[in-house]
Write a protein that binds this ligand. Sequence first.
Ligand SMILES: Nc1ncnc2c1ncn2[C@@H]1O[C@H](COP(=O)(O)OP(=O)(O)OP(=O)(O)O)[C@@H](O)[C@H]1O
Ligand SMILES: [Mg+2]
Length: 255
Amino acid sequence: MVTILEARNLNKSYTTLPDKPHSILKDIHLQLQKGEFVSIMGPSGSGKSTLLYTISGMDQASSGSVYFSGREISAFPEQALAQLRLTKMGFIFQHIHLLKNLNILDNIVLSAYMAKSSSREAVNRRALTLMQKMGIEELAHHNITEASGGQLQRVAICRALINNPEVLFGDEPTGALNSRSTNEIMDILADINAAGTTILLVTHDVKVAARSERVLFMMDGELVADRPIGNYVKDKDNLKVRESLLSKWLVDMGF
Ligand SMILES: Nc1ncnc2c1ncn2[C@@H]1O[C@H](COP(=O)(O)OP(=O)(O)OP(=O)(O)O)[C@@H](O)[C@H]1O
Ligand SMILES: [Mg+2]
């Protein structure tokens, strides 16, 4: 096993009132192995998004360290960190932040043009291949207002994958979707994971977490449990068993 991402003694607090720091992440220790598919669950306000942003270098911790492939990225200057995020990490959010004045293809390729690691022709080809895999290639030259929520989330996944990231982070990536689109997106994420990409997802949805192989549970800024659930294999009955196991754990933990 190769550790791709690690947090050591991670703390994050906000000072909203003078001299009264509000502690959001409390001494988090976490390791993610290359190729793993991990979910983070926990009540609203428990610090899931904050953990995701801090561990991916989008936000700074108050103390502690984050390592990516053995390098301490929490000590990186902002520019180096931005380059690492651009080339090694992909992000999908609940609310898709797409640019309205660009068509769908241009939204997908933008960060690859910025990374400048391949020619624009190669980037466009890769974007169209990704769009084909997601079943949205016919939308390439359309405006984002001409796509449905489920289609836009596929656009967001193509955008997150355009630089071939090593780790894909998602903050409730299916939070705005109906259950059919959620299932389709989860099938896509399973294929991406099977092709070798490490995935870390924040979710409230047991249907989503049941597709991962390990679930982290957060409560009041602390990681209170870290449980493996084995690899998901495409089997509806098996998925139901995993979902009920997760629901039971959530009840047991008082979520
Ligand atoms: N910029 C900020 N300034 C002050 N407090 C913040 C800030 N961002 C988050 N918080 C607080 O940190 C806590 C954790 O927030 P976070 O968004 O990480 O929770 P979450 O588990 O993702 O919740 P949800 O499930 O509702 O998305 C909350 O109490 C929130 O109010
Ligand atoms: Mg959140």
